[in-house]
Design a binder for this molecule. Structure first.
Ligand SMILES: [Zn+2]
Length: 383
């Protein structure tokens, strides 16, 4: 155990190094018969200190120790803390403040796209935690001619060594003029609204984490141009993620080599908000994180904290996905990033139809997912 080690464990270890062990000469001054009671006393004192520390800092030790190993094994939140974390979420705010403004036609280069991009930037900049918000604008040639794109990247603490990166795409699929409007509620307005709600709900806790300079920070990617503009293929899809992955690969990161290598885990949310979604683990490297989501689903169910959720596990299913899914994680995966892909498979019934609207969303599912993700984040980041 390394109490208070979060953020600066080595310094603490160094401090301890300066505290000299009792010298041989002092030990020799003690008669042998007194050694046992003294040892017992020391043990009791150490136990008391441990208990007091534990009650002040529940759940802190495990993440800090794991971070030193660069293989986080987060601890589960204590029940009271878990209830507090879930209580920070505001379903009305998620829906009214964050989701509704996204539910407009917003293909790349359109006025709706610009409006949503501005909304994302303004919202992220308004948070008190002081996010570092960047725009990654670029022009790419597409089957529709050259188009302007823009990814929005928000990093809580750019100086942190490692990033837990959550991503979604904010563009909606382009349909030719005269088609019925397509607002992509599940694809991917809900995932983006979930990220905004999590950032808002955790604002105070994230602010504190930033002040404490914890070594792993949160990063949010709102990607443009995920959708194909004519027909899906390597040259017509994933415009934003391809551009951003390339940029992040070339930008140095302090103290790591590049910004893409600072990504400890890349969690991609897509096609969320329809009833009864099923998720599978897509990559063995991140199977343990998938298992954690499954455990959180079970735990929240047992605590009766999920709505319209009759079985212990409904979302995070064991077994293989029906097939590989191409999505915004691909450019990152190809560069060695660990990916957790949270996409409903099979896809929602409304996928790429004008019926992918607010009316066809299932609010209890959206709020259940927000709760599962909130607990996951709080545990991962040691909030
Ligand atoms: Zn789509």
């Amino acid at each position: 155990m390394s109490p208070g080690g979060r953020g600066r464990p080595r310094q603490r270890l160094g401090d301890r190094g300066f505290m000299q062990p009792p010298s041989l000469s002092k030990r020799r001054l003690l008669p042998r018969v007194q050694l046992l009671p003294l040892l017992l006393l020391a043990l009791a004192l150490a136990l008391a200190v441990f208990i007091v520390w534990n009650s002040w800092h529940p759940g802190v030790q495990e993440p800090s120790r794991s971070r030193d190993l660069r293989a986080p094994l987060t601890g589960s939140l204590q029940e009271a803390k878990l209830r507090r974390v879930v209580g920070l979420l505001d379903p009305q705010r998620l829906w009214g403040t964050f989701l509704r403004p996204l539910l407009i036609v917003r293909p790349p280069g359109s006025p709706g796209n610009l409006q949503v991009r501005k909304f994302l930037e303004t919202t992220l900049r308004s948070l008190s935690a002081g996010w570092h918000v960047e725009l990654d604008p670029f022009t790419a040639s597409t089957p529709l001619g050259p188009l302007d794109f823009g990814n929005v990247v928000a990093t809580l603490d750019p100086a942190a060594a490692r990033h837990l990166t959550l991503a979604c795409h904010y563009d909606s699929k382009f349909f030719p003029p005269g088609s019925a409007p397509f607002v992509g509620a599940t694809d991917s307005a809900v995932p983006c609204a979930l990220l905004l709600e999590l950032a808002q709900a955790f604002d105070v806790m994230l602010s504190r984490a930033k002040q404490q300079a914890v070594p792993v920070t949160l990063q949010l990617l709102f990607l443009d141009g995920e959708e194909a503009l004519a027909a899906w293929g390597p040259k017509d899809s994933l415009y934003g993620s391809q551009h951003l992955a390339q940029i992040m690969e070339s930008i140095p990161h302090s103290p790591g080599p590049t910004r893409i290598q600072a990504i400890e885990l890349f969690v991609l949310l897509d096609l969320l908000g329809a009833p009864s979604p099923i998720f599978f683990s897509h990559f063995p490297r991140t199977a343990r994180w998938f298992q954690r989501l499954r455990s959180i689903e079970k735990r929240l169910h047992r605590l009766n904290l999920l709505q319209s959720h009759p079985q212990e596990v409904m979302y995070f299913q064991p077994g293989e996905p029906p097939g590989p899914v191409e999505d915004d994680h691909i450019p990152f995966l190809r560069r060695g990033v660990q990916v957790l892909h949270l996409i409903a498979t099979p896809f929602p019934a409304v996928w790429h139809t004008p019926a992918d609207t607010e009316a066809n969303l299932h609010p209890p599912t959206v709020h259940n997912l927000s709760r599962i993700l909130a607990v996951f984040l709080a545990e991962y980041l040691g909030l």
